[in-house]
Design a protein around this ligand. Structure first.
Ligand code: PAF
Length: 282
């Protein structure tokens, strides 16, 4: 695997690969790779000639300094994992100055109402930071396909809109959330939970599944109140939000419409670790 720290060197290398019509896949990450990332990377490897994985912990998307400095980081282990996947992988692991020249601040994007609810409401300016770094990374990597997990569904929708509005000629490939046997969605943050907290965290998926099983049987308010009482017996789980929202515009649902598709979204703090998850409702 070739590793680049310099954006310009990576761009020169990719330009040569593209001259001879190689298809390039891209998987942006913040490292601390787990099976969820690996499945995105394997999909990219199977659909492209070369795949670029970026590992860059983006400061502008953290609204909380403690969260940024304690974000799991194990680049040696990540490199070992990537090395085993394919010889056609390229790692882009830039230092801060390769991405932010000058001040480390977000640009301002009009994200419509997509950042109004859920993560957008609870993590101030988080999505401005995500849009900023993703725009910069897409400019540098200039790939044909980008692989993103549905686990961060609001982020996925926002990046889809960004691609449309900025006229990037790349395709976003939505990839299913990978879960542990107990349903817990894989996330780099799970590394901060001990086994007992991981088991407790699997109740987030139980609540989402309850919403799915009852979506066509009970009213939205009834689902919300039953989910609230379900969580009331777990003092370790502090739910920030549990919402059912339109999959397209991410607006919390008031009246269900047949032609619309919905998802249930949750964010909660478990033993000091903030987790998010979501599930499509059928
Ligand atoms: O999902 C992530 O890991 C990050 O938000 C991303 C898309 C790599 C941007 O920093």
């Amino acid at each position: 695997m070739i590793i680049f720290k310099s954006a310009r060197r990576l761009q020169n290398h990719l330009a040569k690969l593209k001259e001879i019509d190689n298809k390039i896949g891209f998987i942006p990450t913040m490292g601390a790779l787990h099976k969820g990332h690996i499945s995105l990377i394997q999909k990219s490897v199977s659909e492209n000639n070369y795949s670029v994985v970026s590992i860059f912990v983006n400061p502008t998307q953290f609204d909380n300094q403690h969260d940024l400095v304690s974000y799991p980081n194990n680049i040696e282990n990540d490199i070992k994992l990537l090395d085993r996947i394919s010889d056609n992988l390229i790692l882009f692991n830039p230092d801060l100055d390769q991405i932010y020249t000058g001040k480390i601040i977000s640009d301002v994007y009009n994200l419509g109402d997509l950042d109004k609810y859920m993560e957008g409401k609870f993590r101030k300016d988080h999505f401005q930071g995500v849009a900023t770094v993703v725009h910069k990374l897409f400019d540098i990597v200039d790939s044909d396909n980008v692989y993103l997990g549905e686990k961060d569904f609001q982020q996925l929708r926002i990046i889809e809109e960004l691609v449309l509005k900025s006229a990037f000629s790349l395709k976003i490939i939505r990839c299913k959330t990978i879960r542990d046997k107990n349903g817990l969605a894989l996330s780099s943050r799970n590394k901060k939970l001990d086994i007992s907290s991981q088991n407790i965290a699997s109740n987030l998926f139980k609540a989402l599944s309850f919403a799915n099983e009852n979506f066509n049987k009970k009213s939205i308010d009834k689902i919300y109140s039953e989910v609230e009482s379900f969580f009331s017996v777990f003092p370790q789980i502090k739910v920030e939000y549990f919402l059912i929202a339109d999959e397209e515009n991410l607006k919390p649902v008031e009246v269900k419409k047949k032609e619309k598709k919905y998802r249930a979204f949750i964010a909660a703090d478990i033993s000091g670790v903030r987790l998010i998850d979501n599930l499509k409702l059928y």
